[in-house]
Ligand binder design. Structure first.
Ligand code: FAD
Ligand code: MLT
Ligand code: ZN
Length: 473
């Protein structure tokens, strides 16, 4: 199906251990974490160094073979999954996991793209520093994937997305040249900021092989609460209370609808409801500080008291041990997995201005309920960033296939509503293959034309993750 010389040429670069050609060995690389996207591939290549990545890219370019870069394969938009032609090659970074350097004085860490996020967090902690990117898939997602999707997660409120956390990159471009941009500088005004083009490009402009990331002082006190809310809108009031009171010490603020929590209670072993009554929404509030004795519990109690006065909260539990803190985060982080047990989860990862959240949720829920009576709306997310995961599950007792057949129609409802509130149809997961086909309906035509120009400049042969972000042709 692809060029006959390809396996031999690639084996010459990466050796036997760097090539996977048997169907069983390739299986895990061809389907995403959720089982929502599947493809086939000519082979999987696993280079062990930047020089090997460059050699692989050059060979594929010469033979006209398309490449699909892949990290931990936890992405939620099918960006790391090859198409079904059987002609593409998956380029996995899973052998490039080294931490190249840690510089606690410069507050930077230099890592290879295949390094798993959690290992980077641990390497930072080992020198008394914090690498603040944090998300449910951190035990298996990689820095290369985090960069390529401009990952967000639960720390964005205080520390920003990967765009904010990155100082330098090393990238193999589609022609096989290596851009050595591994600078650890916080100021560098020497022209266009090229690294930002590769961040969020979902592997369509080149293969990221290493990065210099920012570190922060380690967190030494923490206070965490699970708060019952009377409505989604109350979350916006609650976050305002804590932002005014705590400023930068508010480092986590997540919300979840009752439906989201219900799924976790049903499917996560050991999970239990924290209140006797059922509440329509919940928030997870976390304060943290670099001081070991920051008295954050007092601050948390003060904020909660004010929230009760304003009727922005109905009940609250403050964690009193690290295991309770972990339990609260598990309730939040378990939503994505729990929803998988309830049939297809139709994911919509949107942002609107936080001031519009209440009206947006009301309008969107109404439109979805009109379209599919009994639909289960699993709304949750990083509300401090205006980012809600508007995930949908089928009505209880209905058929998976019937629900899946309406996926496009339901996505339109969520996205049209998002647009009417001046929002974005992708907050943090990217476009991948899931939204490449519809982005033209939601993004300015001139902006898309400029993006196509960038793609053409970097990848004129169209061999770097084709069909992702921008549609083919
Ligand atoms: P992959 O899935 O392997 O790839 C993602 C994209 O990046 C693909 O387009 C791929 O081609 C490209 N890519 C990967 N590596 C490279 C490279 N080295 N060079 C060039 N391109 C590359 N995301 C969030 O932002 N916030 C969350 O809170 C969040 N929570 C999640 C929770 C769960 C349970 C799961 C399963 C996922 C979650 N995600 C979240 C999505 C996902 O984990 C992130 O998008 C993550 O950054 C992807 O990393 P990865 O290594 O798995 O990338
Ligand atoms: C999360 O925040 O849990 C993920 O980004 C959302 C998801 O899995 O849909
Ligand atoms: Zn998220």
């Amino acid at each position: 199906v692809t060029h006959p010389d390809l396996p031999t040429r690639l084996r010459g670069v990466v050796g036997d251990g760097g090539l996977v050609t048997d169907p069983e060995g390739m299986r895990g690389y061809l389907t995403d974490w959720r089982g929502a996207y599947s493809g086939t591939a000519a082979l999987v290549v696993r280079p062990g160094s930047t020089a090997e990545v460059a050699a692989v890219v050059r060979i594929c370019r010469e033979l006209g073979v398309a490449l699909v870069p892949q990290g931990g394969n936890t992405g939620l938009c099918g960006g790391a999954v090859p198409d079904s032609s059987g002609r593409q090659v998956v380029l996995s970074l899973d052998r490039m996991r080294r931490i190249r350097a840690v510089d606690p004085v410069n507050q930077t860490i230099t890592v290879e793209a295949g390094a798993v996020l959690q290992t980077v967090q641990e390497a930072a902690a080992a020198v008394g520093r914090l690498f603040p990117l944090s998300l449910g898939a951190e035990g298996s997602c990689t820095i290369g994937g985090n960069l390529s999707t401009n990952a967000g997660g639960t720390g964005v409120l205080r520390y920003g997305t990967m765009r904010d956390l990155t100082l330098g990159l090393e990238v193999v471009l589609p022609d096989g040249e290596v851009w050595h941009g591994l600078r650890g500088l916080r100021k560098d005004n020497t022209g266009y900021d090229l690294k930002q083009l590769f961040i969020g490009a979902e592997g369509t402009l080149g293969v990221i092989t290493a990065a210099v990331l920012k570190l922060f002082p380690a967190v030494r006190s923490r206070a965490t609460a699970w708060v019952a809310l009377p409505s989604g809108g109350a979350a916006v009031e609650l976050i305002g209370v804590f932002q005014e009171l705590c400023g930068d010490r508010l480092t986590g603020f997540e919300v979840m609808s009752r439906q989201s929590v219900d799924f976790v209670l049903r499917h996560q072993s050991g999970a239990r409801d924290l209140f006797a009554a059922v509440h329509p929404w919940y928030a997870l509030v976390e304060l943290s500080d670099t001081l070991p004795d920051a008295a954050l519990d007092e601050l948390l109690e003060r904020g909660l008291a004010e929230a009760f006065d304003r009727s922005a909260a109905e009940d609250a539990v403050v964690a009193s041990s690290p295991s309770q803190v972990a339990g609260l985060w598990a309730l939040r982080e378990g939503i994505s997995e729990a929803q998988n047990y309830e049939g297809p989860s139709l994911k919509h990862d949107v942002t609107v201005p936080i001031s519009s959240i209440a009206a947006f949720v009301e309008a969107t829920d109404r439109a979805l309920g009109d379209a599919v009576p009994g639909i289960r709306i699993v709304t949750y997310g990083h509300i401090g960033d205006g980012n809600l995961h508007y995930n949908l599950s089928k009505p209880e007792g209905s058929e998976d296939a019937d629900f899946r057949a309406r996926a496009d129609e339901l996505a339109r409802i969520v996205y049209d509503s998002t647009r009417s509130f001046d929002g974005s149809i992708s907050a943090e997961h990217g476009l991948g293959q899931s939204k490449a086909g519809i982005i033209a309906d939601y993004k300015d035509a001139y902006e898309l034309q400029l993006m196509r120009g960038v793609k053409e400049l970097f990848d004129p042969a169209g061999l770097m993750n084709p069909g992702k972000v921008l549609p083919l042709g």
